[in-house]
Design a protein around this ligand. Structure first.
Ligand code: TYC
Length: 105
């Protein structure tokens, strides 16, 4: 940290500012279709884990059901991974095979 500050002061504030605004990589979390997870549970997950309003949650669930996969949300890596873990745990507890996938943007 001390080195970075020294570097910024010596080289000018442009460098310091560019370092500050660099944004983290973002990751897409997809829900994957299967034949056993109930539609109600997928809607529940979209509402509770991904904070989708009820109508949008239903639309995403139906999209996944018809097309095989659908976007649940876009997050930084740690948040995306945590949400996937929560979904897999919740599904396992109920005996559902629901899975998510992660794709870097
Ligand atoms: N295909 C499931 C069914 O007919 C519903 C479902 C939708 C499952 C979306 C998973 O990510 C999913 N019960």
């Amino acid at each position: 940290m001390a080195d970075k500050f020294k570097f910024g002061v010596e080289e000018g504030y442009d460098v310091l500012e560019r370092q500050k605004v660099e944004s983290p990589s973002m990751y897409r979390v997809y829900l994957l279709n299967d034949d056993y997870t109930t539609m109600d549970f997928v809607i529940f997950v979209l509402e509770k884990v991904f904070h989708k309003p009820p109508v949008e949650a239903t639309q995403i669930m139906l999209h996944v059901h018809k097309n095989g996969k659908g976007l649940a949300g876009v997050y930084t890596r740690e948040i995306a991974e945590t949400k996937i873990t929560v979904v897999h745990e919740q599904a396992q507890e109920r005996g559902f095979p629901l899975r998510c996938s992660l794709e870097k943007e």
